[in-house]
Structures are given as structure tokens and as C-alpha cells.
Ligand binder design. Structure first.
Ligand code: 3H9
Length: 707
């Protein structure tokens, strides 16, 4: 294995190579290694310039994110960090940084502290720290505006999105593009500048302009951050830090940046976002389905059902370049489905998301059909018909007949028993749940449900497919509603109970929106269609326990044909652009139903509304974890953040409960239990962890997962 840091010579040019796979994270050891190599370069008079380059697939993807947890938990003492080390590079011999892959976070900060930057055409540059709830902490907010100007620096630091090499060259972030051999190009560049004093970014003030001139730009950026990154603190801190570059000297600006960086680093938001970063990667790791598990090629697909979900899934497959047969039972249904797909694609062109050419190519990949005739040729079928066991079974009998052996038979069911569906086929090992979220072409989550007999190859293939489709695949076990909807049932139930107890739907939604949810629970119901839950409730009515409170007003709305957005009325009323407005008539009607049913009416605070809804998620999440339906608390968190609009900066429901303290959550749930009865019985795992002073994050159900 190569040394972490290698120092080699090409005549008068020193080459420092960083070898810290997989992404050359700038760990303390890497920084120390580079500092040592720079010192050697400084002490060797024969060396006239230095090239810094990343070994492997990338330059430096940032500071080592694992280190932050050690610092905030007190395991590692807070040192001076990277800034002094970067000053060392800045004050040293002319340094050229050669970039391929990603120069992110601390990686870009290091590159900007050097005197010159050259890059491969495919390289990416960014300050993504805000996505981890922090800001650049090694001079990035002070050096970036000096190279690219205030507007671009604010955008990059506050939004965290990367830019490509062409743009980086255009705006002055890099000095040259190198086609072909990057190292050779960088050494050539280094020869051209060798021996001459290199420009220091800290001295380049010409792009800063005055604070007064920049004032409108900063206020517009703050306004944008408040709406687009609602509830997040880091984007505003990043803007403050860049603004400091226009008001103070470089060194004073760095001091301000450092203070803001430390505040963000120690914030709950940053801890939550780091949890989400690692959680998104953790979900791909399945103990009994190791990386080496054989996968099957997925080069063609069929979707059964051209409704909202089926059409969306067909688009997702087509967007990934996979040809799709889209089947429905009759021509009008198929025509409606195709028209919706076309409309959705046209909207994407209008919004600039796709080009017309891309859309034309995708539409070519979607072939409508009314029969199963060509299903024998495809690698995977995804069934997306109405949610009803009898219908699903009928479809799977047909699929078993029509599809070749080895093809994957997937169901997009959101609640139904995947083993029961598999039981009507001769190949339950090929049957799996692939639960997409609406709108399927937008939402990132793919809940993958393994049945008792689903083969490991089928699981591994679906996990791999989720990546290809641009989704976060999370594997769960079979139960009613799986992880996401099983928990959501409790969340939605409490939202409706609150309405029945006298709170308007708008107040419930506002409280949860202010907590950070993308949409309130009742508005979410209207969006998904209230009839979906109604149909499920009817399917499972025989399981309801007598004497246990059931929500009444949701069903009543459905009985009146008020299914939500699609019928123009639900909890809200909608105009033709689907704009929601409070409906006093509905509110009054619902209130009357509740009073007639004898439900006591009272004032309820927004805090209690949030606790009722969010702790209902947590309590059921604890059961799910205990039963091994989800492998890890982080899996549940990723499901909620990527599929249900839970604010990432709160880390998902289980992480949020940990941050409130399980003892506090447990106590509150006990109070709700005493007040509202059986539905609030505390989950045994929650009680146990609360009593032991532990967290969900510490708990792992891996040992209890039967493989
Ligand atoms: C920062 O720099 C602060 C500074 O201002 C300094 C302040 C003083 N650290 O994503 P992948 C791991 S903050 C540690 O699957 P890809 C990742 O967990 C940092 N580990 O690959 C995974 O591990 P595993 C700012 C990291 O090709 C493996 O590498 N930088 C780091 O799909 C492969 O990752 C960022 O926020 C890291 N920095 O994507 C960049 N990065 O295999 C974060 C990755 O065990 N990183 N790992 O699961 C990324 O955006 C993507 O990883 C990247 C590669 C695009 C680079």
C-alpha cells in the first residue's frame, strides 16, 4: 500500500501525492503528512516549485467528517485545525494543486491556499459544508470570494452545490484545464512558474468590492436561504462569513469565520446532518447480503398500471435509460397515463430540468401495451395497480405465467403483505417489494421490502438498481405498511385526532411545518389522496380492536367524495392550479361531526401538536426497530428524511428523539398514554432504552435480525 503522503521529485519540481482512499479525506494524519512534506520542500534549495495531487479516484473530498463527531463529543481535543497548516502552504514555495474528481470542503480550501490550481475537465469544486450544517472552516469563505467574486462565493458557500471545471476556469477558481495526463500537465505548469513568487489568494482583493455595494446581494441571499433552506442555520452563517470578507481584513475575516464555524460545528443541526450523511451510506450495507453478492443485469423493465405511481415509475426507469413496457387494462387508462407522463416531462422542460431532446429520447423508451405478451423478455416487472390484495394476486398470477424464470417480480404495494402476494407465484424467491414514493420521479426514497423467501441476488440487484435510478434504497422487512407507512399511520392518526379535539387542520399543519416538515400531515393526505388511506382502512377494518379510538372524520370526508387535491377538496379546497385554501365549511363540518361523536373540544398548543404527531412516529419506530423490521435506527431516519419530508437538520424521527432525550420522550408518551389510552402504550424498547439512559443510535437490532 502506498504511503499516506508520498514526496517524489521530477528534477526541480516536488510532487506530493495524497493516498487516503477512498476519497483522500483531509484527516489530521493527512494534514500532518502534507505539512511535513512541505517542510522538506522548503528546506531543499534544489526544489523550485511543488505539485500537490490526489492518488486514486479523486483529489480531496474535504475534511474527514468522522473527526467532527470526535471533536464535538470531546473525544478529540479541539486544536487549531487546518488554517495554520494552509498558511504554511501559502507562505511556502510556489505550489500548484492538480485536481481530478472532487475538490470539496477542506480540499478546495487547501487548493485555494496554494498559488495555482489546474484541473481535469471532469473535476468538481464545491464548499458543501452547509449540507453538513456547518460552514467552510479553513478560510474558504475568505479565499473563495477573492478568487471568484462575492456573488458566486455566497452561492457556493450558502447552497453547497458543486460546479464543474469549465465554470471554475471561467470564474477564476482555477488557472488551467489539463486535457490528458493531469500530473504531467501540472508539472509542466509548475515549470512555467517555478522560482517566481506565487500570488497569495489572501492579497487578491480586487473582486471583493465594498460592503455597501454588496449589501443588496447579501440581503437577497439571506432571503433565498430563509425560504429554500428553511429552518437551517448554516446557510445564514455562511453568508455572514462571506460578508465579513467585504468588511474586514483577511485575518479578521478568518477569525469571524472560525467563530461561526465552531458555533455551527457544535450545533444539533450539524450533528443531525452528519448522521444523515453517514446514514445514507450505511443503508446500503446489509449484513447478510454482502457487497460481493451476485447481481443480475437490469436492462429492460415492465410496469403494470399506468396510474400516478405506475407512470412515475416508468419515467424513473426511462430517465435511467432503461426501456419500459407500460401496461394497463384498457386503452383509455393507458392513454390517460401516457398523457400525464408527457405533461410531467413538458413541465420539466419548461422548468429547465431536462432538454427537449432528453425528453424525446425518454418517451421513446416507454412502450405502451395492453397485454402481457412481451413480458417474457424483461428483467424486472414492477406492479403498480390499485392497493387491494385480490387485484395484486390476480396480477402476480399473470406475471408468473408471462415472465421468464429469474426475472424479478416487484410490487409497489405501500402496505400489503409481500409474502402473501408471493404465495400465488411459483417463485417467491423472485418476489420483492419496491415501494416508490409519490411523485415517484421526484422523491428520493425507495423502500425495498424483502419477503421471507426473497433471494439475496434479488435484494442485491434491487439495491443496486435503486442507485442507478438515483434513489436511496432502504431495505426493510415485511409487515403491514412496512416502515414508512406503518409509522405514518400513527402520525396521521394523531393529526386527525387533534382536528377532532378542536384544532383546525391549518393549525395542525402549520405546527408541523414550523417544526420543519416539508408539508403538514393533513395537506400530505390531500396530496397523496385521502381515498388511499380509506381503502386501506376498509381492507383492515376487521382487525380494529373494539373500544379503541378510531378517527372518524377522515372517512366521512371520503364518503362525501372529498379525496383531496384530485377531487378539488379534502381537508383544504383546491383551485385548478391545485393551490390550497382553508375551507371554513369543511372545518365547521368536521367540528360538528366531532362534537356529535362526543369528543371533548379544547385548546391545544403547537408544541403539543408536534409532540403528539412526532412522538407517535417515534413510538412506532421503536417497535419496528425492536421487531427487526428496520435493521437500524438510521434506516428509519433515512426513510423519513428522503421519503416523508422530515427535516434533515433534525436527523430523522429516531435521531430527533435521541436529541430530545429518550427519558423525556418516554415520560411524555406515558402522559399521552394516561390521557388518551391504549394507542399510546409506550414501546417496550423505548422504555428499556429510557431506563438504561441509552439512545436509539446506540441500539442495534443487527443481532436480532434473523438471516
Ligand atoms: C469540510 O471539509 C470542512 C472544512 O471546511 C474544514 C474545516 C476545518 N470524510 O459518497 P461515497 C466516505 S466538511 C470522511 O459513497 P461517491 C463515505 O462515507 C467536508 N469520509 O462515494 C464512504 O464511506 P463507506 C466537506 C468520507 O463516489 C466513502 O467515503 N466535504 C468523506 O458516491 C465513499 O463515499 C463533503 O461534504 C469525508 N469527507 O461520492 C464531501 N467523503 O464506503 C462529502 C466521503 O465506508 N463526500 N466519505 O460508506 C461526498 O460528497 C461524496 O462522498 C463524494 C464521493 C462526492 C466525494
Amino acid at each position: 500500500m502506498a504511503d499516506l503522503i508520498e514526496l517524489t521529485l521530477d528534477h526541480e519540481i516536488a510532487i506530493i501525492t495524497i493516498n487516503n482512499p477512498p476519497v483522500n479525506a483531509l484527516s489530521p494524519a493527512v494534514a500532518q503528512g502534507i505539512a511535513k512534506a512541505i517542510e522538506q520542500v522548503t528546506n531543499d534549495d534544489s526544489i523550485k516549485a511543488v505539485v500537490l495531487i490526489g492518488g486514486g479516484r479523486t483529489f480531496i473530498a474535504g475534511a474527514d467528517i468522522k473527526e467532527f463527531g470526535k471533536i464535538t463529543s470531546g473525544k478529540t481535543p479541539r486544536g487549531a485545525g487546518l488554517p495554520p497548516f494552509l498558511v504554511h502552504i501559502e507562505n511556502g514555495k510556489p505550489a500548484v494543486v492538480a485536481i481530478h474528481g472532487s475538490a470539496f470542503g477542506g480540499g478546495l480550501e487547501l487548493a485555494m491556499a496554494a498559488h495555482y490550481r489546474v484541473a481535469s475537465p471532469s473535476a468538481q469544486f464545491g464548499q458543501p459544508e452547509v449540507k453538513l450544517g456547518m460552514i467552510p472552516g479553513a478560510g474558504g469563505t475568505q479565499r473563495l470570494p477573492r478568487l471568484v467574486g462575492i456573488a458566486k462565493a455566497v452561492e457556493m458557500c450558502a447552497e453547497g452545490n458543486p460546479i464543474g471545471a469549465q465554470e471554475a476556469l471561467k470564474i477564476g477558481l482555477i488557472d488551467r484545464l489539463v486535457e490528458g495526463d493531469l500530473l504531467a500537465g501540472a508539472v509542466q505548469f509548475a515549470r512555467e512558474i517555478a522560482g517566481k513568487p506565487g500570488p497569495k489568494t489572501r492579497d487578491r482583493n480586487e473582486k471583493l468590492s465594498s460592503h455597501v455595494q454588496n449589501a443588496p446581494l447579501f440581503s437577497a441571499a439571506r432571503e433565498k436561504a430563509r425560504t429554500r433552506q428553511r429552518g437551517m442555520r448554516a446557510p445564514l452563517a455562511a453568508i455572514d462569513a462571506v460578508e465579513a470578507a467585504t468588511k474586514f481584513s483577511f485575518d479578521e475575516g478568518c477569525r469571524i469565520e472560525q467563530k461561526l464555524f465552531q458555533d455551527c460545528l457544535f450545533s444539533d443541526q450539524s450533528k443531525a446532518l452528519i448522521h444523515i450523511f453517514f446514514g445514507e451510506r450505511e443503508v446500503a450495507k446489509i449484513p447478510d447480503v454482502p457487497k460481493e453478492t451476485t447481481t443480475m443485469p437490469v436492462n429492460s423493465a415492465s410496469v403494470v398500471g399506468a396510474g400516478t405511481m405506475g407512470g412515475g415509475i416508468a419515467m424513473v426507469l426511462a430517465n435511467a435509460g432503461i426501456p419500459v413496457l407500460l401496461k394497463d387494462a384498457d386503452q383509455p387508462a393507458l392513454d390517460r397515463g401516457l398523457a400525464t407522463i408527457q405533461k410531467n416531462y413538458q413541465n420539466s422542460v419548461k422548468r429547465g430540468r431536462f432538454t427537449q431532446q432528453f425528453v424525446d429520447e425518454r418517451l421513446q423508451l416507454i412502450q405502451p401495451t395492453l397485454t402481457y405478451d412481451d413480458f417474457g423478455k424483461v428483467d424486472i416487472v414492477i406492479e403498480a395497480v390499485f392497493e387491494g390484495m385480490a387485484l395484486k394476486k390476480e396480477v402476480f398470477v399473470q406475471l408468473d405465467r408471462a415472465c421468464r424464470k429469474g426475472a424479478i417480480l416487484a410490487s409497489n404495494t405501500s402496505t400489503l403483505n409481500i409474502d402473501e402476494i408471493a404465495s400465488v407465484t411459483s417463485r417467491p424467491e423472485s418476489v420483492i417489494g419496491t415501494h416508490f414514493f409519490s411523485p415517484a420521479n421526484v422523491m428520493r426514497l425507495l423502500e425495498i421490502v424483502r419477503g421471507k423467501e426473497t433471494s439475496k441476488e434479488v435484494i442485491a440487484t434491487c439495491m443496486q438498481l435503486s442507485k442507478k435510478l438515483g434513489k436511496v434504497g432502504v431495505l426493510v422487512r415485511n409487515c403491514r405498511g412496512f416502515v414508512g407507512n406503518r409509522m405514518f399511520h400513527h402520525y396521521g392518526r394523531e393529526a386527525v385526532f387533534l382536528v377532532e379535539e378542536g384544532v383546525s387542520p391549518q393549525s395542525v399543519d402549520q405546527a408541523l411545518y414550523d417544526f420543519g416538515m416539508a408539508l403538514g400531515p393533513l395537506a400530505t393526505g390531500d396530496l397523496a389522496g385521502l381515498d388511499v388511506g380509506w381503502r386501506i382502512r376498509k381492507e383492515y377494518r376487521h382487525l380494529e380492536k373494539p373500544g379503541v379510538r378510531q378517527a372518524i372524520v377522515g372517512d366521512r370526508l371520503c364518503e362525501l367524495g372529498r379525496y383531496g387535491q384530485k377531487t378539488g377538496a379534502g381537508w383544504y379546497k383546491y383551485d385548478e392550479t391545485r393551490h390550497a385554501a382553508a375551507d371554513p365549511e369543511t372545518n365547521e363540518m368536521v367540528r360538528k361531526w366531532a362534537i356529535d361523536a362526543g369528543i371533548p373540544q379544547r385548546d391545544i398548543s403547537p408544541e403539543e401538536m408536534v409532540e403528539r404527531c412526532v412522538y407517535a412516529l417515534v413510538n412506532e419506530g421503536a417497535r419496528i426497530l425492536d421487531e427487526g423490521i428496520a435493521m437500524r435506527a438510521a434506516d428509519i431516519d433515512i426513510i423519513y428524511v428522503s421519503g416523508y419530508g422530515f427535516p434533515a437538520y433534525r436527523g430523522g424521527p429516531m435521531w430527533y428523539a435521541d436529541s430530545v432525550g429518550l427519558k423525556n420522550v418516554y415520560q411524555r408518551i406515558c402522559e399521552f398514554h394516561a390521557q388518551h389510552g391504549e394507542l399510546w402504550e409506550p414501546a417496550p424498547l423505548l422504555r428499556r432504552l429510557a431506563e438504561e439512559g441509552k439512545t436509539f443510535a446506540e441500539f442495534t437490532s443487527l443481532q436480532t435480525v434473523t438471516v
